[in-house]
Ligand binder design. Structure first.
Ligand SMILES: Cc1cc2nc3c(=O)[nH]c(=O)nc-3n(C[C@H](O)[C@H](O)[C@H](O)COP(=O)(O)OP(=O)(O)OC[C@H]3O[C@@H](n4cnc5c(N)ncnc54)[C@H](O)[C@@H]3O)c2cc1C
Ligand SMILES: *[C@@H]1O[C@H](CO)[C@@H](O)[C@H](O)[C@H]1NC(C)=O
Ligand SMILES: *[C@@H]1O[C@H](CO)[C@@H](O)[C@H](O)[C@H]1NC(C)=O
Ligand SMILES: *[C@@H]1O[C@H](CO)[C@@H](O)[C@H](O)[C@H]1NC(C)=O
Ligand SMILES: *[C@@H]1O[C@H](CO)[C@@H](O)[C@H](O)[C@H]1NC(C)=O
Ligand SMILES: *[C@@H]1O[C@H](CO)[C@@H](O)[C@H](O)[C@H]1NC(C)=O
Ligand SMILES: *[C@@H]1O[C@H](CO)[C@@H](O)[C@H](O)[C@H]1NC(C)=O
Ligand SMILES: *[C@@H]1O[C@H](CO)[C@@H](O)[C@H](O)[C@H]1NC(C)=O
Ligand SMILES: *[C@@H]1O[C@H](CO)[C@@H](O)[C@H](O)[C@H]1NC(C)=O
Ligand SMILES: *[C@@H]1O[C@H](CO)[C@@H](O)[C@H](O)[C@H]1NC(C)=O
Ligand SMILES: *[C@@H]1O[C@H](CO)[C@@H](O)[C@H](O)[C@H]1NC(C)=O
Ligand SMILES: *[C@@H]1O[C@H](CO)[C@@H](O)[C@H](O)[C@H]1NC(C)=O
Length: 598
């Protein structure tokens, strides 16, 4: 039975009254054909690749997605709910015990639903710095990954739209660095927060310590700017599922999507042209983890887009990884690629909470059912109101003091690349406590020096891998986070905050800018967590490099028929949130795949 899902879109008279997507829930319903490409993972990157490859009506694609449909998960479309419902559509991974977090383990969120992490993320649209991409080009010896050369792919992805409230956006962004013709909606905030004027007044008052940046997506992100998000004019989340698999694309006859299909391994066949002697054209998967293992073949390529955890996990299950480590746990090593799972990099974040003298924050929405119903009704009817945003409208990026980079070396990609980010929230980050009104100033180390790894300790392909991001294990990272918090206090010393900020909350209660290093460190290690930006577990490297997992065209080294296209291929994390770079990688990679098979 072919499942047709109907979704009523209620809130805009000009929106299509009815939209439908055709996807399969059961493998036995699929047509008995050999697909040209099988894409494992219908997430952020996978759906881009599926869309672009099937622009050619002669190319057939099957997407295997472990999670379910996004269509009946309406709450995922509501930007303000992004921090609340994400656990329901998550892989439920936790990290190993983290020495840098005082031996805590922490959540590592990953979307488990069509659209992957783009269906559950915070929707921040940040490209990072020009230097970030130029470093990718340098380490891969492929100029195609440079900032300048990636511009067409940024443009293919981004569809700049007016904000939900249609406010005058003059001076809040630079139109010349945005595209109106891409697929994913990107917009400025569609709901103004009471603190918006104060945020920028503080920047002015501090005269020169901080600067206003009209558009942090220009290649130079340093300074304070207005947040841009993957949210549409209708006030809804734009994920890879709502955009790249929109009804007009998913109805293509040459594109099939199978949900609840969890890949375990890729299976080898003999190849005369690869140095390992293996090609991988078969995907093994299960629809029911206790049920039978199924197989599907790709005549041209298998593309792993299962994300920074899923893709290296599948490679390791398949015997592609460090041969000694695999042999020790009883997995037959087929291809010795020791970099699989290594160099895992994530950005640690601390959400610093202040109690404020105002009731015009977002906190009451989540504790007052009458208010929630009121704003939810407004959202449903008009696509406007406080639910069209996540709760903060600004972001800032800055560099650490040179004394730090002099001492520890500079992990950033260049002088215009930030080490630190501070984001603002007009309320508590996540579900608020039962009383109080909050200001959140979150600090993150966006150019971390720490590296971790992902590995497996069992032959059961469906057991969770061991995930060790190594948070705050490098001395640079803890020192940078300390400095980020001190800079945050400097920012709050602007007169505009007098009388607004009352006190500090929780573990943060007694922290000050002059707290000794060890007191700050204790606070940081007890409260830092994942920013949900892990990358790098199947990194690209130059063709002649003695490390790395994929070549600059994202083909798995030493084998035939297999690529990885997702956030695991970042050779270094961008100094930014990671969805925009992932979309850009996927757009360019799709063009590379198409070029290889003309
Ligand atoms: C809660 C959260 C908040 C975030 N906030 C932001 C933000 O505000 N801004 C930003 O830029 N970035 C943000 N990110 C990060 C960003 O969303 C990710 O870096 C990016 O989406 C990763 O894309 P991907 O294609 O590599 O992986 P994903 O989008 O995670 O896609 C992987 C897909 O593969 C599927 N899969 C995995 N294993 C298998 C398997 N074995 N078989 C079949 N399918 C499989 C998964 O279910 C998933 O659909 C956030 C992430 C999360 C989780
Ligand atoms: C898929 O279809 C087959 C054949 O109709 C059936 O036996 C099986 O139970 C179905 N699986 C699921 C998960 O519905
Ligand atoms: C994670 O837990 C949620 C329940 O909170 C569940 O719905 C989801 O299926 C779980 N994810 C996986 C991959 O099992
Ligand atoms: C963390 O665990 C290690 C190993 O058990 C131990 O040596 C160390 O003291 C612990 N650190 C803290 C802060 O408890
Ligand atoms: C897939 O390919 C393998 C060999 O590469 C072959 O043995 C197998 O029969 C094929 N399976 C299908 C379903 O075509
Ligand atoms: C990790 O990345 C660095 C480059 O940043 C590289 O030199 C090193 O070889 C990588 N390690 C592995 C195991 O791939
Ligand atoms: C919010 O605060 C204002 C003034 O500070 C006060 O007049 C108003 O009654 C308060 N509203 C609520 C709902 O508490
Ligand atoms: C809850 O919100 C409603 C609607 O805005 C408001 O009238 C009411 O006073 C609020 N209740 C509380 C306890 O603040
Ligand atoms: C808004 O619409 C969604 C989807 O139709 C529905 O589930 C929800 O109950 C609605 N909320 C209100 C307050 O009407
Ligand atoms: C950088 O650090 C040095 C040494 O600690 C200090 O003297 C200087 O004021 C700092 N610069 C800034 C801009 O904070
Ligand atoms: C693998 O690691 C997990 C998580 O630490 C643990 O629960 C499990 O017992 C380990 N399995 C083996 C076979 O060592
Ligand atoms: C902050 O200091 C006060 C007064 O010394 C103390 O009672 C409280 O426990 C401290 N709070 C935290 C989170 O350390």
């Amino acid at each position: 039975m072919q499942i047709t899902v109907f979704a009523l879109i209620l809130f805009h008279s000009w929106a299509l009254p009815l939209c439908f997507a055709v996807v399969y829930n059961n493998f036995s319903d699929l047509p008995p054909k050999i697909y040209d490409f099988v894409i494992v993972g219908g997430g952020t990157a996978g759906n881009v690749v599926a869309n672009r490859l099937t622009e050619n009506p002669k190319t057939s694609v099957l997407v295997l997605e472990a999670g379910g449909t996004n269509i009946d998960a309406f709450q995922l479309d509501v930007p303000f709910f992004s921090d609340i419902f994400k656990f329901q559509y998550d892989w439920n991974f936790t990290t190993t015990v983290q020495p840098g977090l005082n031996n805590r383990s922490t959540f590592l969120l990953r979307g488990f639903v069509l659209g992957g992490s783009s269906s559950v993320n915070g929707m921040f649209y940040t490209r990072g710095s020009a230097d970030d991409y130029d470093r990718w080009a340098k380490v891969t010896k492929d100029d195609g990954w440079s900032w300048d050369n990636l511009q067409p792919f940024i443009a293919k992805n981004e569809k700049w739209e007016p904000p939900a409230d249609r406010h005058n956006t003059m001076g809040q962004f630079n139109p010349s660095v945005h595209s109106l013709t891409g697929v994913n909606a990107v917009s400025l905030s569609g709901f103004s927060q009471s603190i918006d004027p104060m945020i920028f007044k503080a920047v002015d008052e501090l005269g020169g310590i901080f600067n206003f940046n009209e558009d942090y997506n220009s290649g130079n992100p340093l300074g304070f700017g207005w947040l841009q998000s993957t949210i549409s004019t209708e006030g809804r989340r734009s994920s890879s599922a709502t955009s790249y698999l929109a009804p007009k694309y998913i109805k293509r006859k040459n594109l099939d999507v199978l949900l609840h299909a969890r890949a375990s391994r890729v299976l080898p066949s003999v190849s005369k042209s690869s140095s390992s002697g293996y090609a991988f054209h078969t995907v093994e998967f299960a629809q029911d983890l206790d049920g039978p293992l199924l197989q599907v073949n790709a005549s041209k390529e298998v593309i792993l887009s299962a994300g920074v955890i899923g893709s290296p996990h599948i490679l390791l299950n398949s015997g592609i990884g460090d041969s000694d480590e695999l042999s020790k746990i009883g997995i037959k090593s087929l291809v010795d690629l020791p970099s699989v799972g290594k160099n895992l990099t994530d950005q640690p974040v601390v959400a610093n909470e202040f109690l404020v003298n105002s009731n015009r924050t977002t906190d009451d929405i989540l504790r007052n059912a009458t208010l929630l119903n009121k704003v939810y009704t407004e959202f449903n009817k008009t696509g406007m109101g406080p639910l069209v945003v996540t709760g903060g409208n600004q972001i800032s990026f800055f560099r650490a003091n040179e004394s730090l980079t002099d001492k520890f070396g500079d992990p950033s990609s260049g002088r215009n690349s930030p080490h630190l980010e501070m984001f603002t929230g007009n309320g508590f980050f996540g579900i608020p406590p039962s009383t109080g009104h909050f200001l959140t100033l979150g600090t993150a180390v966006v150019s971390p020096a720490s590296r971790g790894f992902l590995t497996i300790n069992t032959t059961d392909p469906f057991a969770n891998p061991l995930i060790n991001p190594g948070y705050l294990t490098s001395p640079f990272d803890i020192a940078a986070m300390r400095e980020g918090i001190r800079i945050m206090f400097q920012y709050l010393s602007a007169p505009v905050w007098d009388g607004y900020v009352l006190s500090q909350f929780g573990d943060f209660a007694n922290i000050t800018a002059t707290s000794p290093d060890d007191v700050l460190d204790e606070y940081i290690r007890n409260s830092a967590g994942s920013s949900a930006h892990p990358v790098g577990t199947a990194a690209m490297s130059a063709n002649d490099a003695d490390y790395g997992v994929v070549d600059p065209d994202l083909r798995v080294k030493r084998v035939e028929g297999l690529r990885v296209i997702d956030s695991s291929v970042f050779p270094f994390v961008t100094s930014a949130h990671t969805q925009a770079p992932t979309y850009v990688i996927a757009e360019r990679a799709a063009a590379l795949v198409r070029a290889a098979w003309v």
